[in-house]
Design a protein around this ligand. Structure first.
Ligand SMILES: [Zn+2]
Length: 252
């Protein structure tokens, strides 16, 4: 397939030096999914592409692509950096982890379906200063389906019970009602309140999500629960996650 010019909407991430004055970056696009691209001469003084090739630059870009492999950034129309993501080290770490999670769930050029809008929603929320911990946990829960291990959160995995209290079972991949909790002695033994928060974060449509206020202790419980689910079912070992965990420790 020959190279074609494509107009895409999306956001640049993992932009880094490649060779000579070129950058190598990834882009999450609505039209083509995730694309790796080279930005020729971006590091030269007066390069018109430099600003557009920065991490968290979002807008409309023109790529030369053959539909697989590396694309080239040719030019751009309206592009603006998501400032808060770019400048705030903590928010930056959360955003980088979310993008890394999406990046690992999809092959390049694989359609992202609703995950494109979901990711842009999450990054926009982070940029606006919404609690990054909650946004990240929501993304972690929703992305489990993209990894092929969607958790059953709407009712007990072993019956149709929708009324709690519930506990979470990694073995069964979902919530268990009190009657079925003895079926998995290794279940998480979460406080019912924590399972309720997991259900809310995993099930609620993001456009109906108002201000979610969760106590720091409960947020930590749900974070550890989600991390355990990832470890047991996806096992990614991402550098961005390690960095985020280290940053949290430093900040107490
Ligand atoms: Zn049940």
């Amino acid at each position: 397939m020959s190279r074609e010019l494509k107009e895409v909407h999306g956001i640049i991430f993992r932009s880094r030096h490649y060779q000579e004055a070129d950058l190598l970056a990834k882009m999450l696009t609505r039209e083509l999914g995730i694309v790796s691209l080279i930005v020729k001469g971006a590091l030269r003084p007066k390069s018109k592409l430099a600003g557009a090739a920065t991490n968290f630059s979002r807008g409309c870009f023109i790529l030369a692509t053959s539909g697989h492999g590396l694309a080239n950034l040719r030019t751009y129309k309206q592009v603006a950096v998501m400032d808060h993501l770019y400048h705030d080290i903590q928010v930056n770490a959360y955003a980088s982890y979310i993008l890394d999670l999406v990046d690992h769930a999809f092959l390049e050029y694989q359609p992202l379906a609703n995950y494109y809008d979901l990711t842009i929603w999450a990054l926009t929320q982070l940029d606006r200063g919404t609690d990054p911990e909650i946004i990240t946990q929501i993304m972690q829960l929703k992305l489990l389906a993209a990894y092929g291990v969607a958790p059953e959160l709407s009712h007990c995995v072993l019956c149709q019970q929708r009324q709690g209290p519930f506990d979470y079972s990694i073995k069964y991949g979902g919530i268990l009602c009190p009657k079925h909790q003895p079926s998995d002695s290794g279940r998480m033994h979460l406080p019912p309140q924590a399972t309720a928060v997991l259900r809310t974060m995993g099930l609620i449509p993001t456009n109906r999500l108002g201000k979610v206020a969760i106590s720091p202790g409960l947020k930590q419980t749900t974070r550890h629960a989600i991390d355990r689910i990832y470890l047991a079912t996806v096992d990614l070992n991402l550098k961005t996650k390690k960095f985020l965990d280290e940053l949290r420790l430093l900040q107490g």
